[in-house]
Design a protein around this ligand. Structure first.
Ligand SMILES: [Fe+2]
Ligand SMILES: [Fe+2]
Length: 145
């Protein structure tokens, strides 16, 4: 059973971002599987590097959309994203330098942070995009896909 499982509770009603969030969970699960299977450092480091890359990509996509929509909490949201990327980059650098093997609590830190961020911070922009869609004349029900 995957460690972090996306379900309807996580939806932000933006299909692209839901897909991004699912993929981030999948990468954390892949990391867990790799560690449980006793894969070598090289394989584990590659998954962490991919998690960092995809996190940056998703955050930048999300921030562009929030900026375009005039989200009032953008600066604070961006600060949260930056702090997390700095953490992930730090873990990746430590692992690449060979000083540490990724401890299980780091894995939980990554997954829990993403889960809490989606459920709290990301959920704060749901209404903004819903209002935008209503203004564009799309029906309310088209939000749920
Ligand atoms: Fe976010
Ligand atoms: Fe997000």
């Amino acid at each position: 059973m995957p460690l972090f499982e996306w379900n309807a509770e996580y939806t932000v009603f933006v299909p692209q971002f839901d897909d991004d969030h699912k993929h981030l969970f999948a990468l954390v699960n892949e990391l867990n599987d790799s560690m449980s299977a006793g894969h070598g450092r090289h394989t584990i480091n590659n998954v962490v590097a991919e998690l960092e890359r995809y996190t940056r990509e998703h955050f930048s996509r999300e921030e562009s959309a929030l900026r375009a929509a005039g989200f009032p909490g953008l600066a604070a949201h961006q600060a949260m994203h930056r702090a997390f990327v700095a953490k992930v980059a730090g873990f990746r650098a430590q692992m690449e330098s060979g000083t540490v093997v990724l401890p299980i609590d780091v894995l939980f830190f990554l997954g829990n942070w993403l889960r809490d961020h989606i459920l709290q911070a990301d959920h704060e922009y749901i209404e903004l995009f819903a209002v935008q869609k209503r203004n564009l004349g799309l029906s309310h029900s088209s939000r749920v896909q």
